[in-house]
Design a binder for this molecule. Structure first.
Ligand code: PLP
Length: 363
């Protein structure tokens, strides 16, 4: 297969070191070698974000949605309610999860790409004293918008609510100041900005919050956060994990610790800036204002007369994978992510190919 540069928001290109780690050898997950590997991954996740004292990392085999479902299904007292802030596909997915688990739910919904209004979040908190948990997405990958995490976290603190954040597409790419504002559940995955491979995802859970959730009635067998945590603390796992994805995540975390999270974020910021400069020079328009954009993905309007499929295929012929818009945006936008191990010459080449696409068509 031709080597492709993945400019979709995960799975990402990984280094040879991460890819080769999958071949460390066959292993039974009930053996001490796997216990040691799991403990090291859990420890290094916390170490990378400098939260070893305050948080526990709970791993789960599955894509990012698995960890999200583990956090959502385990976070709420049945007598209380959850407040979900939605302004894209992923916020709406949290709402759907709350419904599937028959949670009492309040939602604040915005058009995709619109910034949540803090007054409205505060009003909801004042109006519904039953709210126990606020749930939100940090980087809403639907549009590339970075939601106001610090501000909402401070509201959560002020109103003594727990905060659950889907950081799946921002952890390692955009700043999250764990020390400065309280997040009770931060959900992440191996194969976006952490540069691992698909198959394992995780929740970073505040240790302080454990006493609140540990005796809540179970809503799920596979997605039970407390049961996973109890087993993992003993070096055990509930079910068969994706061993090779764990090997790869271990290698990816070694790389992250070498680069540091701050270093990685800086690199992403710079690449996004270079890309956006190039997009503007080509004459492409952003879906949302530049000041609202994450470091990880740019949503661009499809110029008149150009279909996404045509553009996708042209880029693919040249070795680049881009991403479509979702739902109501599927005919209007395309998305270019800059997650993963992408060499800088590929960034310039991608811009060059894009430019050729639009010049040919007379844009
Ligand atoms: C990628 C992503 C997910 C989960 O995707 P999976 O396909 O389950 O890995 C969830 N939320 C956000 C914000 C994402 O970007």
């Amino acid at each position: 297969m031709k080597k492709m540069t993945l400019m979709n928001p995960g799975p990402v290109n990984v280094t040879d070191r991460v890819r080769d780690a999958q071949l460390r050898g066959d292993l039974c997950h009930r053996e001490p070698e796997f216990s040691d590997l799991m403990l090291l991954i859990r420890k290094n996740l916390l170490k990378a974000f400098d939260i070893e004292k305050e948080y526990s990392a709970i791993l789960i085999t599955g894509s990012g949605t698995a960890a999200l479902e583990m956090a959502v299904s385990s976070c709420l007292n049945p007598d209380r309610s959850i407040l979900v802030i939605q302004n894209g596909v992923y916020g709406e997915r949290i709402g759907k999860m709350a419904d599937v688990y028959r949670m009492s739910k309040h939602t604040i919904s915005y058009n995709w790409g619109e910034m949540p209004k803090l007054e409205e979040v505060e009003q909801a908190l004042q109006k519904h004293s039953s709210i126990e948990v606020i749930a939100m997405v940090h980087h809403e990958t639907t549009t590339g918008l970075l939601n106001p995490l610090p501000e909402i976290a401070l509201l959560a603190k002020q109103y003594d609510k727990r905060l659950l954040v889907d950081c799946i597409s921002s952890l390692g790419g955009d700043t999250i100041n764990f020390g400065q504002y309280p997040i009770d559940f931060a959900v992440g995955t191996a194969n976006k900005c952490l540069h691992g491979l698909p198959g394992v995802s995780f929740v970073l859970h505040s240790k302080k919050d454990l006493s609140r959730i540990k005796d809540l009635p179970a809503r799920s067998i596979y997605f039970n956060l407390v049961e996973h945590l109890k087993a993992q603390e003993l070096g055990d796992t509930l079910f068969t994990p994706a061993i090779q994805a764990h090997y790869a995540l271990d290698a990816a975390l070694e790389e992250l610790l070498e680069e540091t999270v701050d270093g990685r974020i800086e690199r992403y910021r710079k690449v996004a800036k270079d890309l956006r400069k190039g997009f503007k020079a080509i004459g492409l328009e952003f879906l949302i204002p530049e000041s609202h954009q994450s470091n990880c993905l740019t949503a661009l309007k499809l110029p008149n007369g150009i279909s996404y499929d045509w553009l996708h295929d042209k880029l693919k012929e040249n070795g680049f994978i881009i991403y479509a818009g979702q739902g109501l945006f599927s005919k209007e936008i395309f998305r270019i992510a800059n997650m993963g191990n992408i060499e800088s010459e590929k960034i310039n080449l991608c811009l060059k190919v894009l430019k050729e696409c639009f010049t040919k068509i007379g844009k």
